[in-house]
Design a protein around this ligand. Structure first.
Ligand code: PLP
Length: 379
């Protein structure tokens, strides 16, 4: 088959011979269990990589958010602030705990808009609800504006949980790694993320009590005792030792993965951002993205319905692209939730498109995608 007809996916996982060997070796070790030496080693590798004190391997990023919010004491009647432009997994755990999500619009970095924060917090307080936590998201790997977010909440007793599920390998102010900007940081190793364990996640924190509590709850809240003794409700949320072996192996090449994804985004930018009315998402002034996905935005005054036309043109050539996250305030399941909006997320949903971003792409593949994008726009 000629290269020019190869199917291209949005963000396929990569698995090397080293990854396969790591999994086989872990199986041979006899630790086919939700605990073991690979899990402990993966946790300490992640903590070292991020410069955090503790990391707890969990079944998913979603379960990490759930346990972080449980630790904070989020419950019925509470509000939790999240950006409307995110994946629903940021929001579901709020509902598991009986609290209410409140959606905020996004700034020019496509992340939680710090300018709307004070207004939202005042508005929520006047309705008699407590803002128990806020969960900024590092969308598509781009750091949220933590300096401004912190200064908006610094006099308030609000816990910050960072959803860095898409952001591993990116950094914020002072080159601090994403995942370390909250009381708890959340990572995901789902199949489409920058590194994968096929499914898994991690909670990262400097708070040793939070780390211990998370480990405890995630293993069915089993007390130290020869028999099964339970004083609290637990969850079966631990990452398995076998998957941790895969994660460890993947983590060894994270810097190369980030460099390649940033290179791919540069290739897109050099071909598309030079055209009037096309913008490829860039780093904000306060940090560095891992460029997990390359995302493009079309000027609606110049091109009509561009994101859909381009997506359909690419699909006809067996190239996968995807609309940006549909805003949470537009989701039927959250129809009754409160929101503070500027219109930015709605516009992004209309005009934005995620392009193939996997590390197996070469410059020729990106050229092919860009030619089709420009063809679809009639440029
Ligand atoms: C993937 C993702 C999650 C959830 O991670 P899982 O490991 O799939 O549970 C949470 N938030 C965001 C923004 C994500 O992209």
């Amino acid at each position: 088959m000629s290269k020019s007809s190869d199917r291209l996916y949005l963000s396929p996982p990569s698995a090397t011979e080293d990854d396969i060997a790591a999994v086989v070796e872990s199986m041979r070790s006899g630790w086919l269990a939700p605990t073991g030496p690979d899990l402990a080693a993966f946790e300490s590798d992640i903590a070292n990589y991020l410069g955090a004190s503790h990391a707890v391997g969990l079944a998913s990023g979603t379960s990490a958010i759930h346990l972080a919010l449980r630790y904070v004491g989020v419950g019925p009647g509470d509000s939790v602030i999240v950006p409307t432009m995110t994946f629903a997994a940021t929001v579901f755990p709020i509902v598991y705990l009986g609290a209410s999500p409140v959606f905020l619009d996004v700034d020019d970095s496509w992340n939680l808009d710090p300018n709307l924060l004070r207004q939202a917090i005042t508005g929520i307080a006047s309705s008699g609800s407590r803002v128990a936590a806020i969960i900024p998201v590092d969308l598509y790997g781009t750091p949220a504006d933590y300096t401004s977010i912190r200064s908006a909440i610094d006099t308030l007793d609000v816990c910050l949980v960072e959803d860095a599920a898409e952001g591993l390998g990116g950094s914020g102010p002072d080159e601090r790694k994403l995942g370390t900007f909250g009381e708890a940081g959340v990572l995901s190793f789902n199949g489409n993320k920058i590194i994968t364990t096929a499914g898994g996640g991690m909670l990262v924190t400097d708070n040793s009590e939070l780390a211990a509590k998370t480990r405890f709850w995630a293993t069915q809240a089993r007390e130290r005792s020869p028999w099964y003794e339970h004083r609290e409700v637990g969850h079966n949320y631990r990452l398995s030792n076998l998957l941790a072996a895969l994660g460890r192996s993947q983590l060894r090449r994270i810097d190369g993965e980030v460099a390649k994804r940033r290179q791919i985004r540069e290739w897109y930018r050099s071909r598309l951002s030079v055209v009037d009315g096309i913008l490829v998402q860039n780093d904000p002034s306060w940090g560095r993205s891992n460029a997990w996905l390359s995302v493009v935005r079309f000027d609606p005054d110049r091109y009509h319905d561009a994101a859909r036309c381009v997506r359909e043109r690419l699909a006809a050539s067996r190239i996968e692209s995807r609309p940006v996250w549909k805003p949470m305030h537009r989701q039927p399941v959250f129809a009754s939730a409160r929101s503070f909006l500027s219109g930015a997320a709605d516009a992004l949903f209309r005009d934005g498109l995620c392009l193939p971003s996997g590390t197996s792409l070469d410059e020729e593949d990106v050229d092919r995608v860009c030619s089709l994008v420009l063809e679809a726009l009639g440029v």
